[in-house]
Design a protein around this ligand. Structure first.
Ligand code: URA
Length: 420
């Protein structure tokens, strides 16, 4: 294979052949194609796109770069979110769905940029371990039903290497590349069914509904072609979810949901995704709200945390410092920018600027009003939690224009905007 000829094919707007895709991805993973050649091909793909057959071939090439997990013998259903701010849904959702007897293998990631990472949030629980071997993960799925852990290095390693390159070459924002990246990991994971939460809005990768719908459609087709029952909800990420963004603060909010309370939008989205997952797992006649009310979802949460070495009764990390930002005027909170809140949480230490950086588990942002709520001049609007005092000013500056206070607000609609 001549990498230059492959690059030229896509540069000139033609389709890549199955062989070209397979050989290029394999050679790059093996270190036989230079990063500058692969980044050139990636940019040509960003500019000229890929057709359905090419996307399927690209996905297959990434799956074939590693192992496929064998989860046969279990009724598995997984959820994947394209990432947002305050998106703690995996925490209540995984034990909730597992409490109905389905197995939920939730291979999750760490935060990068303004979006939080499920593993970082759970690691704020003393003792909790994200790195499980495949046998441990399978045993936990049989015993508890719910597992949230890091993907092993041999699951779609080509995607890992390509994603790192895309991250530094401006080639992340591309529907064919995002869809194949996400679905290669999910298909290799071996789940029987998958529900995708595709976020739309300022705090999401996809800023417009049409783009998000195209991404959702592409992923559902890839999943269905792989024999996996795949559905997607399109959900609003123009305002952050719930009332907190960070690590331990989001665990606390998730526990409120598992205890039958919690912010209404987090509850709404948890239940909407749970209904889809239960339906995909063959349980279309149960009301998932029931196991939030009767404590069964909380019991499964506790078993899941214990199975991964965590202490569900331990105190969570508390911040060294807090700082309150108050409302500058009285009125109605008419908008709250998800991107600004996510970036402020990262600047406080809850997330990373570079892969591998340590995070502060106690850092985060809490907002005291939601869109549509009345606010009074001088009343607390945000509480910033942090360990490193040097981080305060930048985070506070990022929040300066995040909340708009006006005379009125559109009534808060449903978080669920559409379905594929
Ligand atoms: N998440 C992924 O796993 N891959 C992408 O390309 C984008 C988001």
């Amino acid at each position: 294979m001549d990498p230059i000829a492959v690059i030229a094919t896509k540069r000139d707007g033609a389709e890549l052949s199955t062989v070209q895709i397979r050989e290029m991805v394999a050679a790059y993973t093996a270190g036989d194609v230079a990063p500058e050649q692969m980044s050139s091909l990636l940019m040509a793909i960003v500019l000229n796109g890929m057709g359905r057959r090419e996307i399927a071939d690209w996905t297959a090439a990434m799956i074939d770069s590693g192992v496929r997990l064998d989860l046969s013998g279990l009724r598995t259903v997984d959820k994947h979110s394209t990432g947002g701010v305050g998106d703690k849904i995996t925490l209540p959702l995984t034990p909730l769905v597992a409490s109905y007897g389905l197995a939920v293998p939730q291979l999750s990631g760490r935060g990068l940029g303004h979006t939080g990472g499920t593993l970082d949030k759970l690691e704020s629980i003393p003792g909790w371990r994200a790195d499980l071997g495949v046998d441990e993960m399978r045993a936990q799925l049989h015993g508890v039903g719910a597992v949230v852990c890091a993907a092993t290095a041999d699951l779609a390693p080509a995607d890992r290497k390509l994603y790192a390159l895309r991250d530094v070459t401006g080639t992340v924002a591309c529907i064919p590349l995002i869809a194949s990246s996400i679905m290669s990991k999910k298909i290799a994971e071996g789940t029987g069914a998958l529900v995708l939460d595709v976020k739309v809005g300022s705090g999401a990768f996809m800023k417009s509904y049409d783009e998000a719908r195209e991404l959702a459609q592409t992923m559902v087709e890839l999943g269905d072609d792989a024999g996996m029952d795949t559905r997607a909800l399109l959900t609003d990420m123009s305002t952050p979810l719930g009332r907190t963004a960070g690590n331990a603060v989001e665990v606390v909010e998730s526990l409120e949901v598992l205890a039958g309370g919690g912010p209404s939008d987090v509850v709404e989205l948890t239940l909407a995704l749970a209904r889809e997952m239960l339906d995909a797992g063959g349980l279309d006649d149960v009301d998932p709200a029931e196991n939030l009310r009767n404590g069964r979802a909380m019991d499964t949460w506790r078993a899941m945390v214990v199975a991964q070495g965590g202490d569900p009764d331990a105190d969570l990390p508390v911040p060294g410092h807090t700082h309150v930002l108050t409302a500058g005027r009285s009125g109605v909170l008419s908008s709250l920018d998800a991107l600004a809140v996510g970036e402020a949480a990262r600047l406080l230490g809850a997330g990373r600027s570079r892969p591998g950086e340590p995070v502060s588990y106690a850092a985060g942002v809490t907002w005291h009003a939601g869109v549509g709520d009345d606010v009074r001049a001088g009343a607390p609007l945000f509480t910033l939690s942090f360990d490193d005092e040097a981080r305060l000013n930048a985070a506070a500056a990022r929040l300066a224009d995040a909340a708009l206070i006006g005379e009125a607000a559109e009534p808060a609609g449903s978080r669920v905007l559409g379905r594929v």
